[in-house]
Design a protein around this ligand. Sequence first.
Ligand SMILES: [Zn+2]
Length: 282
Amino acid sequence: MARRINKLKKPATRTLESDLHTHVYTNYRYQASRRFLEEGFRDLTRLTKLCVNGGLGIVGVTNFTDWNYEFWTSSRQLGDLPADWRQYQDERVTYIETEQGKGLYLVKSEEIPTDKGHLLLIGCPRGKNIGKGNLSEVLGKAGQDPLITIVADHPYMGRIGLRGEIDRVAIRLDALEYNSNCSRAENKKAEQEAQRLGKPLIANSDSHRPQDIGIARTNFLAEDLRYSCGENFVGSLRLNIIGTKFGVEKGSLGLPAKLEHVGLLIAYNVLRWIPGFTDIVD
Ligand SMILES: [Zn+2]
């Protein structure tokens, strides 16, 4: 078991590269993607090595009306980390440090399918989901927590982005998202609209397989973030996003991964109209 430390640590690196939107393995709990859950590894030690060896310092493990973040950061997972590693956890951050001193800050994101399209919330508290609701309800709940960054994720992707709603709710959005699952045209539109609205554009993978984590990144200067506790950490993430104090790496998924993702999207859109599936998918 990794040694528990009582304070969040500052990184030794000059920059912190992040992917604030990954599902690790996909978490739609329906047939089309169940094989990801069954085939994939479910081991935090392995996930941490994958992330830190890929140069990532912050990863947003994303809940999709489920408990994905809580699974990956459970006391059982932390208990199985190597004895010469270190770990810290509070309500907003789980920090893991390998024996080589490489640190990984895990934060919780929530991706919420509202009636008007998806919203991504970054920096949510552990053990509580904002959960389902229509767009204004979800924006209202998320807006009560000043530590949460509210993002229009893949805003122009098919029917699952906010698209035409963005103008109406722009004042309540902190950022738009470049998403590695989107087509070039969809991402270009997101970038143009972000510019028109004066909103920052962060970049995330929205990966559904671990090997795709970090394909798109949002990178911060380590000295710009705060490390006194998880609340300060995610709060400073939001301030840096709002203030456009970050750089982006706009990678794109390869065609096979994109096709798998398209398959999931089709399944998602079909199943949400079948009675009885709504409580699972929405
Ligand atoms: Zn997603």
